[in-house]
Design a protein around this ligand. Structure first.
Ligand code: G3I
Length: 374
């Protein structure tokens, strides 16, 4: 039987390297895989969990079914998911009497199989309403339509949801109303109390889910954001004063690289905390539309934007979840609505077109790690 040294020497002789054998350590190392720095203990969900909050993403449920790499990425990184479209009125309810729950059910099943939480998005919104809505919804039936829809949809998943975006994007101050409410179909058909009606119906349908008011355009240090933040704050206070079952506010956080984020955002989060609300960053991404084509420049400004924004927001203990609107640059709404003028794909999410972690991934993780545990 050959000794270990003879065995090694023989092998190296074959390779013409026998002269080197005496310099090799006698203990052959068991092959050790290079440390995987971005999954498992290195994943976004693990780093968030270590600081007491959730990380997750919006999911294109159609893609989930046919793209294993996409599914694996979500499994590896997220401990909370939300359907990008599948639970909205349009995709869910093609006719007034027909519900297509297949995709929504599939997402909830995926989450449960992988021990993730699920957010519901959304129960009442002015967009992505089915085509029949404009014809069939009237002032006579809209209240019942809203209540019954919420009973059916939120009721179907009762006890299994982390949270529901009950009302989405109800404020638009430029519509000119004193109360800041958007001139939405729901406002026209039901009246301003559609918001509290929706929350009441959601609480009845699912007493366990956190009920969320979700809004965009309230993040930046500019006049438009400031005005909208003020109107949203008034709305939240009014709902709380009327004992509407509201548990959290969702700050969508569709950000633009290069914009300023700061005291206005922090004041808004603190005000929400003061009302006893949780805060979630529900749809985070960073648009690089205002930057030149150069990828290194874009990656740098996008990462800085993620890091700076998260450093601010995560400093407040009210913030309990961070979700990006997608996870890989392969699938982002930003290449559709409001795409870059040069039509280059946006570099807006924590994973790139090849599903490799971006600078933004590492910036996010660094911000997660800096959060103080209260
Ligand atoms: O599913 C159809 C497909 O059958 C059809 O062939 C295709 C042709 O255009 O359209 C597909 O539907 C599109 C759907 O996304 C799925 O890709 C809709 O046209 C398109 O309008 C829809 O856009 C979604 C948008 O909401 C609708 O308002 C985006 O994916 C989704 O990311 C976006 O998400 C919103 C949040 O819900 C609320 N906050 C803002 C955020 C970004 O707008």
């Amino acid at each position: 039987m050959k000794t270990r040294r003879e065995f090694l020497g023989a092998g190296l002789a074959v390779a013409g390297l026998a002269g080197c054998a005496k310099h090799l350590p006698l203990r052959t190392a068991t092959p050790v895989a290079p440390p995987d720095l971005t999954t498992g203990a290195g994943s976004l969900k693990a780093h968030a969990a270590a600081r007491g909050f959730l990380y997750g993403c919006a999911v294109d449920v159609g893609l989930l079914a046919k793209d294993e790499a996409y599914a694996r990425l979500i499994r590896e990184q997220a401990n909370i998911v939300v359907a990008e479209n599948a639970m909205k009125w349009g995709p869910l309810r093609p006719t007034i009497d027909t519900f297509h729950f297949e995709e929504a059910d599939a997402l909830v099943a995926f989450a449960e199989q992988n021990r993730m939480k699920v957010r519901g998005h959304n129960l009442c919104w002015h967009r992505q309403l089915p085509a029949w809505f404009a014809v069939e919804a009237t002032t006579a039936n809209a209240r019942e339509l809203l209540a019954a829809h919420i009973a059916q949809v939120a009721g179907r998943y009762a006890g299994r949801m982390h949270s529901w975006d009950v009302v989405n994007e109800a404020i638009l101050t430029t519509d000119g109303r004193a109360d800041g409410l958007r001139d939405s179909p729901w406002l026209k058909l039901v009246g301003p109390d559609y918001i509290e009606r929706a929350f009441q119906a959601a609480r009845t349908a699912d007493p366990q889910a956190l009920l969320v008011y979700n809004e965009y355009g309230i993040e930046a240090e500019d006049a438009a954001s400031e005005t909208k933040r003020a109107a949203v704050t008034v709305l939240l206070r009014r709902l709380k004063a009327r004992h509407v079952p509201l548990d959290a506010v969702g700050i969508q956080a569709h950000l633009t690289a290069g914009r300023k984020y700061g005291a206005g955002l922090m004041g808004f989060i603190a005000a929400a905390r003061g009302m006893g609300l949780q805060v979630m960053l529900t749809e985070m991404d960073v648009n690089d539309r205002e930057w030149p084509a150069d990828e290194a420049i874009r990656d740098g400004v996008v990462a800085d934007c993620y890091g700076g924004f998260l450093d601010l927001a995560l400093a407040d203990p009210a913030v309990r979840a961070v979700l990006t609107w997608g996870i890989t640059d392969r699938r982002t709404w930003l290449n559709g609505e409001g795409a870059r003028p040069d039509k280059l794909p946006e570099r807006c999410l924590p994973f790139d077109q090849k599903d490799a972690p971006t600078k933004a991934f590492f910036a996010m993780r660094k911000s997660f790690d800096q959060r103080r545990i209260s």
